[in-house]
Write a protein that binds this ligand. Structure first.
Ligand SMILES: *Cc1c(COP(=O)(O)O)cnc(C)c1O
Ligand code: SF4
Length: 443
């Protein structure tokens, strides 16, 4: 196995990349301009092993990681370019800040669901669904490369007031000790596996003791298999990380590795295959998720291949998401009806073993909403929806209907079917929103 040394490409040094000579002047310029607004970062694995440079700019992994002109509106692009050309640093900074705020940097009320203990708000955590607490280790607030569609970009672009990271493992542990209905802790980021193994151990190992017997499942949400598999192979603390995974499974808990793969090419290299095998050897189970993205994977054949290849490698397909309403969404979005058709055409082409996947799912304010289909009821064309997850667990799995809308790309563009004023969950304060902040109605 080659010991690949990590090399980053960011705005400062992306011009060093010899491969960029294959781009037009305009495409190179776009990286510099769009990259001011949406953070840009890539690395030598993505550049050398995943991107097919004969296929740029349309290569899916190139589009996934390198800014392109169309990711900003024409007006915003022109404004940023003009200030860059004029070397007006102050003006640029202000304009970039202004544009970022217009791009909905904090979708789906992520600032809600922040729990508290003894009156301290725990900003590095989210507790939205009864069983699962999300934890954002402060050392994992970055990624090995940045996805151009990412909704977490404010965390990487220095918009600190929106940063969810929490330093103190102690507060996490205190919170979990008290909340015995929680069974799952999901470490997320950014990418928590950008943190060192000993940092992750400090968060995870205490959870293996008797006091946390109610915590059954340690989940790690990570893009590292897709963007830097050497993390599990030749990085200095690769073995330490795998030993940590092993400790979890030996303690009788489930280690659920939630891997993000957007395209089958990410499953094709020797490095990723070896990394998957090593992780599975620890007793961890890898599940997969990805958003559906125009220009990347908006094709049923791509999804069918993705799921089949995952199953071949011993991974369990888990979620297909609808892209969030933030950042460069206009470049990536797929109308909901089309999303459902892509899902269904892929789903019917795979065996039951791959059909552990659920989607297309929108992580909206009230919960994860799945599009079950489009149908006609008493002459009205409707979307059939259901909650896969909901702040109020009693509402999960109940079908409900929205008026069909050919163009809609997100839940907040939908209205109830049959001329009703509200969706069923908006009645009688079923979600526990008395005022601005939600009540934790399941306590
Ligand atoms: C998706 C999600 C979870 C985990 O949901 P599962 O369906 O159990 O995987 C937990 N918390 C939040 C806020 C989420 O968005
Ligand atoms: S890996 Fe995840 S968090 Fe990181 S940039 Fe991509 S989508 Fe965002």
């Amino acid at each position: 196995m080659e010991n690949k040394k990590y090399k980053n490409y960011v705005l400062r040094n992306f011009r060093d990349l010899s491969q960029l000579q294959l781009l037009s002047d305009e495409e190179r310029e776009a990286i510099g301009v769009v990259g001011q607004v949406l953070p840009f970062k890539s690395n030598n694995y993505v550049v050398e092993e995943l991107i097919d440079w004969n296929n740029v700019p349309n290569d899916p992994i190139f589009t996934l990681t390198f800014p392109r002109k169309e990711m900003l509106s024409k007006t915003h692009y022109a404004q940023v370019k003009q200030l860059l050309d004029a070397h007006d640093e102050g003006g640029l900074k202000q304009k970039v800040h202004e544009i970022r705020f217009k791009l909905n940097p904090n979708p789906a009320g992520q600032e809600h669901n922040v729990p508290a203990i003894d009156g301290i708000r725990l900003h590095g955590m989210q507790h939205k669904y009864r069983e699962t607490v999300l934890f954002f280790p402060s050392q994992g607030q970055t990624c090995h490369a940045y996805c151009t569609f990412c909704f977490r970009w404010p965390q990487f672009s220095g918009m600190n007031e929106l940063k969810f990271a929490m330093k103190e493992a102690d507060l996490l542990h205190r919170y979990l000790k008290k909340h015995t209905r929680v069974t799952d802790v999901l470490f997320t980021g950014g990418d928590p596996l950008t943190a060192k193994a000993h940092i992750m151990a400090a968060y995870i190992e205490p959870l293996l003791t008797k006091e946390y017997a109610h915590i059954r499942i340690i989940r790690i949400g990570s893009k590292t298999l897709g963007y830097w598999p050497y993390r599990f192979l030749t990085d200095k603390d690769a073995d330490d990380l795998l030993r940590l995974f092993e400790k979890v499974t030996k303690a009788g808990k489930h280690l659920a590795f939630q891997a993000h793969f957007n395209h089958p090419v990410e499953l094709s290299t020797d490095a990723v295959k070896k990394a998957i095998a090593r992780i599975r050897n620890t007793g961890a189970q890898i599940r997969t998720q990805s958003p559906l993205l125009r220009h990347i994977n908006d094709d049923p054949a791509v999804w069918a291949t993705l799921w089949k290849e995952q199953v071949n490698l011993g991974l369990i397909p888990y979620y297909m998401f609808v892209a969030r309403d933030t950042g460069s969404k206009a470049f990536f979005d797929v109308p909901l009806e089309r999303a459902w058709n892509i899902y269904r055409k892929a789903y019917r082409n795979v065996s039951g073993i791959c059909r552990t996947v659920r989607g297309p799912s929108m992580s909206a304010n009230p919960g994860k909403i799945q599009i079950l289909g489009v149908t006609e009821i008493q002459g009205e064309k409707v979307f059939v929806l259901r909650f896969l997850q909901c702040r109020n667990p009693d509402l999960v799995d109940i079908p409900f209907f929205a008026k069909f809308d050919r163009k809609a790309t997100w839940f907040d563009e939908l209205v109830p079917a049959f001329g009703e004023k509200e969706f069923f969950f908006q009645k009688d304060n079923l979600l526990g929103w008395h005022g601005k902040e939600p009540d934790f109605i399941w306590e």
